[in-house]
Design a protein around this ligand. Structure first.
Ligand code: CMP
Length: 142
């Protein structure tokens, strides 16, 4: 069945001018962009989005980084979207990411790792609703 995942091009990727190259790879891999915008997370917004990592030692640095500049958020549609997108972006740490993956090509470090991909269908729905209203999502389904 066709389903969806949520992604953000993080401030490092946007700042380095990689928006076009990354979107090209996403489309080439068969994902359809059904929602997209450039925005900037507030501190409260980033803390809420990453609440699951609240107790982790890197939490404050993560919030600072994710609020440091604009991001591009998007909802992507494809069969097996969540799993296939995580393969396309590669491991969290670009040093461990496979050749040809987005993080291998465009990420600088585990903190500045260029791109986010939802880790489950449930989180994809939660994260999409956090960033987009229903009227901002364009799909045959709605
Ligand atoms: P992501 O999986 O998109 O969401 C959580 C982010 O925390 C992760 O990407 C990394 O960018 C960031 N992060 C920073 N340090 C670490 C770490 N030591 N382990 C895992 N994630 C980290």
């Amino acid at each position: 069945a066709t389903n969806r995942t949520f992604t953000m091009l993080k401030p490092d990727a946007v700042n380095k001018g990689y928006i076009g190259a990354i979107l090209e790879k996403i489309n080439a891999a068969g994902f359809k962009i059904v929602a997209m915008k450039m925005t900037r997370l507030t501190k409260n917004g980033a803390q809420e989005f990453y609440k699951i990592h609240e107790e982790r030692p890197f939490f404050n640095d993560l919030v600072d980084f994710m609020t440091s500049g604009p991001i591009v958020s998007a909802i992507l549609e494809k069969e097996n979207a969540v799993e296939d997108f995580r393969v396309l972006i590669g491991a969290t740490n670009p040093a461990d990411a496979a050749e040809g993956t987005i993080r291998k090509l465009y990420a600088g470090s585990i903190e500045n790792n260029a791109i986010h991909g939802s880790d489950s269908d449930e989180n994809a729905a939660i994260e999409s609703a956090f960033h987009f209203s229903g009227r901002e999502v364009f799909s045959e389904d709605i």
